[in-house]
Design a protein around this ligand. Structure first.
Ligand SMILES: Nc1nc2c(ncn2[C@@H]2O[C@H](COP(=O)(O)OP(=O)(O)OP(=O)(O)O)[C@@H](O)[C@H]2O)c(=O)[nH]1
Ligand SMILES: [Mg+2]
Length: 342
């Protein structure tokens, strides 16, 4: 059955999938990103506790020992009507998920495909696993490839590069700091209350149909803090993708009131020498937060591939001859009750 959103669909939606997706969405919900509706979806009830009064979809897939992303996709078929209703008045949707587990890696490819097929502008924001989470890399690589096929834009926020100092911090606190940084970064770019705005339209311009976009963050309190923060943000991009492939970037500085036009210019020049072989389009933004530290938020686009493509060696070997299924069928029945048809 073909589902078509009404022609007057005009809402901006954000959907969070699984643990990381729901947690990050809850941070974004507290910012001024211009999102009309927030929807939390997960197979685990505890993830939905991050939602306050927003819509929650609990996908009850039972306790199975063999949960996989394709199993989650199969079981999600039971919730298709509800998901379609959620999407039906959207013109733009942000789909937020951590990749490498089962829920986010299962739902992000499925729902991005559905949204894009229905003509909704689809931006996938994916959190990629830490280097040490080796068991999550393969699933993350497979899911990322599917998400890219199905989205108008893909923003990668890599846990390794967004995190600053891992030190002695307990994991929940550490996640919470990364989540806050991601939400400040995205809202800083989009919010229209800053001194020098980038805004939603510029964001879409920078990331649409330009391969992968990589979100990175640098901070500094030195004398040349704007430039130093920018360089740190660029260095993070180096660890994820090929810098020469970059063709467009947003540099948004958040800091004290003392930033001069000269500092902005120097930072942009450094960006141009470090990324995109001299042909990088750069949009600048700036706003003050009264602090002494400068934060450079960098969103760089144009990457054909990233290091995460190596997480899926099968794709490299088989190229376009795929063997992973879109979904497993989730039939909840005892084997003994199945009848063979002759
Ligand atoms: N930045 C950040 N990353 C997280 C957070 N929670 C989990 N992750 C990462 O996100 C990736 C996917 O993990 P989860 O979000 O827990 O997976 P899930 O989608 O809930 O899937 P299952 O729990 O396996 O069903 C992993 O690499 C985690 O390290 C979080 O709060 N913040
Ligand atoms: Mg989870």
């Amino acid at each position: 059955m073909q589902f078509l959103p009404p022609p007057n669909a005009d809402k901006v939606l954000a959907l969070g999938f699984g643990t990381a997706g729901c947690r990050i969405l809850s941070h974004l919900e507290r910012t001024n990103l211009g999102i009309d509706n927030h929807v939390y979806m997960s197979c685990e009830k505890k993830d939905l506790d991050y939602a306050s009064i927003s819509k929650k979809v609990f996908m009850d897939i039972g306790f199975t020992g063999n949960r996989t992303p394709s199993h989650v996709r199969g079981m999600a078929q039971r919730y298709m009507r509800e998901i379609r209703e959620i999407l039906c008045d959207a013109k733009l949707v942000f789909l937020i998920s951590g990749l490498g587990g089962c829920t986010g890696s299962g739902l992000a490819p499925l729902i991005s495909k559905m949204a894009k097929e229905e003509g909704i502008f689809t931006i996938s924001v994916v959190i990629t696993p830490f280097g040490f989470e080796k068991s999550k890399h393969f699933r993350a690589g497979v899911a990322l490839r599917k998400v890219k096929e199905n989205s108008d834009a893909v923003i990668i926020a890599d846990n390794d590069t967004i995190s600053s100092d891992k030190s002695q911090m307990a994991i929940p606190e550490f996640y919470s700091i990364i989540n806050k940084r991601i939400s400040i970064a995205l809202s800083g770019i989009v919010e229209s209350s800053g001194e020098l705005n980038v805004g939603m339209n510029r964001l879409l311009d920078t990331i649409t149909n330009r391969g992968y976009s990589v979100l990175s963050i640098g901070t500094s309190s030195s004398i040349n803090k704007a430039e130093e923060a920018t360089v740190k943000a660029v260095e993070s991009v180096y660890s994820v993708a090929e810098p020469d492939d970059a063709n467009s970037a947003i540099l948004h500085l958040i800091g004290d009131k003392k930033v001069t036009a000269n500092e902005l210019e120097t930072s942009t020049s450094r960006l141009n020498t470090m990324l995109g072989k001299g042909s990088l389009e750069v949009y600048q933004g700036f706003n003050t937060n009264g602090g002494d530290t400068m934060t450079a938020v960098l969103l760089t686009s144009g990457f054909k591939s990233t290091k995460f493509d190596n997480y899926d060696p099968l794709e490299k070997i088989l190229s376009n001859n795929q063997m992973d299924s879109d979904m497993d069928c989730g039939i909840n029945t005892e084997l003994s009750s199945l009848v063979q048809i002759e």
